[in-house]
Design a protein around this ligand. Structure first.
Ligand code: D5M
Ligand code: FE
Ligand code: ZN
Length: 480
């Protein structure tokens, strides 16, 4: 290096004095400095032939001035237009006593009734009590009580409102309707157009509240979506995660990928940030960090490297929260170090936030287990289809009391009241992406390799693949 440096300048007919030489070689990036200094001297056609320390200092000062705005803009806190539109954390009052269930279901019914009765097909909705007597075509809104197939393979379900209930028959001759009815689940609220046949209501139409097509929102930034990092598990893919963090800091990947990293403003985490403890029998054996506080400490150590983006954290079924949904935000007592971070926001599961105008619905995805078990054609592999179905039903966990514990709140926070721009989920550990009616449906996969449990159920996770919404277009970055 030493003779190299002298020769390099000598080639351009420039001599270095001792002090200048030492000045240059004492810099961290001496090689780059020498190159740009030389370039600058040649460009300016200065007939310098002896380079002094003073001249090097001058050049360095100029360079700092030139550089500073760029460096600063990277380090300067970004301006965030961030709002929490809907968060259930502070609104959960109940202790889950049985008497609250009736108000919980009444609230679910009422919210969905309001949406359904805005539809043109349901302008004359009557109470079910009236439908029991009516001779004409009737329109009702009901909560589905149970669904079964008759001997002749028609579908028979009971629907209910505050005034009464009535059996609803879906004839299998009506192919389209029958197909629609196959996606109906228990506890869902539907609109029905039908006519009375004896004690039955024969359905001619079954309607979901539905979701309108929206204009895609313009984005002048990028957002990164994560879930199911399962920090603390022995199957947490730490090396891949370190590559992800490095990329986020702009130090990993090709030029295009680094450019995307520099554009990232928000990082959303949809639950299962740590593996937790006692989530399933024998979990101990699969844990690298066996203490819940230390798991969150480790999470804070890792995410602590990211200081220039806003991080939004919602809990999942492995986090240190109550399991019943809506899950309130992660309590501070479990994650004091994460709470110390000024750029972190804690929200409930589910929640709705606005990131510079992009309305993002965050839901971990526990109800996917129930839907995959119940509805033909739905599975963990295609959570985008499940998300689409939930949007049309306007409810995040329509089936009550199977694998998804729901809290008996006064209000049903799982009704999808606002139409989001982004619907972000996790839980299934399999990435998916689809644009549906202008809404980005994103499942952010996992940073956990296949667990013993998943081997038994033949769930093959897609690991270390991170979806980035880059100014409206989806990029899946792989860190495995
Ligand atoms: O969920 C990890 C994976 O396991 C995910 O694909 C869902 C699946 N899973 C979890 N619990 C169940 C139940 N009870 N039935 C079916 N499939 C399930 P995680 O939440 O990370 O443990
Ligand atoms: Fe998970
Ligand atoms: Zn989960």
């Amino acid at each position: 290096m030493t003779t190299d440096l002298i020769l390099k300048f000598a080639d351009a007919d420039i001599l270095l004095d001792d002090a200048a030489y030492h000045k240059i070689t004492s810099q961290d990036n001496s090689k780059e400095l020498a190159d740009s200094l030389l370039k600058d001297l040649i460009k300016n056609e200065n007939s310098v032939y002896l380079l002094t320390e003073e001249m090097v200092d001058e050049f360095l000062e100029d360079k700092v001035e030139l550089r500073e705005p760029i460096i600063q803009s990277k380090l300067l806190p970004q301006e965030f237009d961030f709002q929490i539109i809907h968060d259930a954390s502070k609104k959960s009052y109940t202790n889950g006593e049985i008497k609250d269930f009736s108000s919980y279901f009444a609230n679910r019914y009422h919210k969905l009734w309001q949406m359904l009765t805005k539809k043109k097909e349901l302008q004359n909705v009557q109470p079910i009590k009236n439908a029991q007597r009516s001779e004409d075509v009737v329109e009702v809104v009901g909560m589905v009580n149970n669904i079964r197939n008759t001997k002749k393979n028609h579908k028979l379900m009971e629907i209910e409102d505050e005034t009464g209930n009535i059996p609803l028959l879906v004839h299998n001759d009506n192919h389209q309707l029958y197909e629609d009815a196959e996606r109906i689940v228990k506890d869902q609220v539907v609109g029905v157009v039908g006519s009375r046949k004896g004690s039955l209501l024969m359905a001619s139409q079954i309607l979901n509240p539905g979701i309108p097509r929206i204009d895609e929102k313009e984005m002048n930034f990028s957002a990164v979506f994560l879930s199911d990092t399962h920090i603390g598990s022995s199957t947490f893919l730490e090396e891949a995660f370190q590559r992800f963090l490095k990329w986020m800091r702009g130090d990993y990947g090709d030029e295009v990928q680094r450019e995307i990293a520099n554009d990232v403003k928000y990082l959303v985490i949809a639950g299962d940030i740590v593996d937790g403890i006692g989530v399933y029998p024998g979990q101990d054996k699969e844990l690298k960090i066996k203490d819940i506080y230390q798991q969150y400490e480790e999470a804070a150590r890792l995410f602590g490297e990211l200081s220039n983006v806003k991080i939004i954290i919602a809990p999942g079924n492995h986090d240190a929260c109550r399991l019943a949904e809506p899950q309130p935000a992660l309590p501070e007592e479990y994650a004091p170090d994460l709470y110390q971070m000024k750029n972190v926001e804690f929200v409930s599961n589910p929640s709705l936030v606005s990131m510079d105008g992009m309305k993002t619905l965050i839901y971990h995805g526990r109800s996917f287990d129930d839907l995959a078990m119940t509805v033909k054609g739905l599975s963990h592999q295609n959570s985008d289809i499940i998300m689409k179905e939930l949007l049309e039903k306007r409810h995040l966990a329509p089936i009550y009391g199977e694998r998804t514990p729901l809290a008996s709140e006064i209000e049903d926070h799982l009704v999808i009241e606002d139409v989001p721009d982004v619907f972000h989920t996790g839980h299934v550990h399999i990435n998916s992406y689809k644009k549906y009616k202008g809404i980005h449906l994103i499942n952010s996969g996992t940073f956990q390799s296949q667990t013993e449990f998943q081997k038994i159920y033949n769930i093959v996770p897609t690991c270390a693949q991170v979806p980035v919404l880059n100014r409206g277009s989806m990029k899946l970055l792989k860190f495995s």
